[in-house]
Design a protein around this ligand. Structure first.
Ligand code: NAD
Ligand code: TYD
Length: 350
């Protein structure tokens, strides 16, 4: 029996990782550490909450003492660290929060692991989940590889880059067994509707404006969240200590093309006249420091660990749209309360 801490397990990607591990590995005890920020939602984990190999602990990774006490109590064999402030726009309006959670929170977890493992690293692992945004922005050509130099531009990516550096520093300095993966943009069920795809699905459904930043020419490389969770599973079990793995879907889209696909699928599903949803597209002021293009070269992961995405994008989008349409209550619950305040500040003042 292994005891594994998953931080940020009530968030979007974390909840998929928790679900996969709880269901696939009955011999692992999964302890979800999450302080339930606006992005954390226990409703994301309804189907596993009463599993005998699952436990939830509400705790803030920024609280060093609390983290150490939790690690002392559970004597984790491994940590999969996803807890983070994750939205670029929020990092532009409140960068300090990102330093606390993403940098200091990560260092607190590294210190707690180092303290309880006491140099006995046999069978131990600190797996840090990161983003392709640490590599900065690409021009028209090329892709991010594991050797690409870090060049973060947003406070979010700067804080994630910093946390990656700390993980590597603890590996080099103390031998703390760790590895890192850097993934491209995820989409799928349970994503908070501040990110492009769930925000736009919700707005199309409600006939609200679709706020496209700049000209909509920025490019992102989209991966289905369950394929990310599968990649994390492979890397956790078969990845080399000290290594970095890029994860991506070889699936680049300009924002505007992607938005038009969303509109056209939803026209059909909502029984609207063809072209009706596209009329909601509204070009708004560009995001400050907006990275032009991300694209991941995931060859290493494919060659070494035999991982490939399982879903084509159009199929994944259909599944995702269906999920949001079928889970209206989930959306209503999280868009009541503070969400409207965030939305007004982010969009109505633009
Ligand atoms: P999310 O914002 O949906 O969820 C983050 C979770 O972390 C929430 O449950 C939140 O409550 C929790 N959390 C935040 N601060 C915390 C704190 N101080 N203490 C304890 N818990 C805290 O994020 P996500 O999109 O699921 O991303 C998860 C991880 O994956 C992040 O590290 C992110 O950088 C990385 N990532 C995300 C993407 C993406 O497309 N979303 C892509 C690549 C990498
Ligand atoms: P987002 O989902 O925030 O992910 P990231 O910035 O981490 O890649 O945004 C994806 C792309 O969509 C990005 O280029 C910004 C753009 N975007 C909009 O045009 N309008 C919006 O309202 C949002 C949230 C994003």
């Amino acid at each position: 029996m292994k005891t594994i801490a998953i931080t940020g397990g009530a968030g979007f990607i974390g909840s998929h990782v928790v679900r996969l591990f709880v269901k696939k590995y009955p011999n692992y005890k999964i302890v979800n550490i999450d302080n339930l920020t606006y992005a954390g939602n226990l409703a994301n984990l309804k189907d596993v909450e009463s599993a005998s190999n699952y436990e939830f602990i509400k705790a803030d990774i920024v609280d060093a003492q609390m983290m150490f006490e939790v690690f002392e109590k559970y004597k984790f064999d491994a940590v999969i660290h996803l807890a983070a402030e994750s939205h670029v726009d929020r990092s532009i309006s409140n960068p300090t929060e990102f330093v606390f959670t993403n940098v200091i929170g990560t260092v607190n977890l590294l210190n707690s692991a180092k303290k309880i493992w006491k140099g006995d690293f046999e069978g131990k692992l600190f797996y840090h989940v990161s983003t392709d945004e640490v590599y900065g922005s690409l021009g028209k050509e090329g892709m991010f590889t594991e050797e690409t130099k870090y060049d973060p531009h947003s406070p979010y990516s700067a804080s994630k880059a910093s946390s990656d550096h700390f993980v590597r520093a603890y590996f080099d300095t103390y031998g703390l067994p760790s590895l890192i993966s850097n993934c491209s943009n995820n989409y799928g069920s349970f994503q908070f509707p501040e990110k492009l795809i769930p925000l736009f699905i919700n707005n199309i459904k409600k006939n609200l404006p679709l706020p496209v930043y700049g000209k909509g020419e920025n490019i992102r490389d989209w991966l289905w969240v369950e394929d990310h969770a599968r990649a994390i599973d492979s890397i956790f079990h078969k990845g080399k200590l000290g290594a970095t793995y890029n994860i991506g879907g070889h699936n680049e889209w300009t924002n505007i093309d992607l938005i038009k696909v969303l509109c056209s699928i939803l026209d059909k599903k909502l029984d609207r006249e063809s072209g009706a949803s596209e009329k909601l597209i509204t070009y708004v002021k560009d995001r400050a420091g907006h990275d032009l293009r991300y694209a991941i070269d995931a060859t290493k992961l494919q060659d070494e660990l035999d991982w490939v995405p399982s879903l084509q994008f159009k199929e994944g989008l259909e599944k995702t749209i269906d999920w949001y349409l079928e889970n209206e209550n989930w959306m209503e619950n999280i868009t009541s309360g503070n969400y409207q305040e965030y939305y007004d500040k982010q969009y109505n003042e633009r």
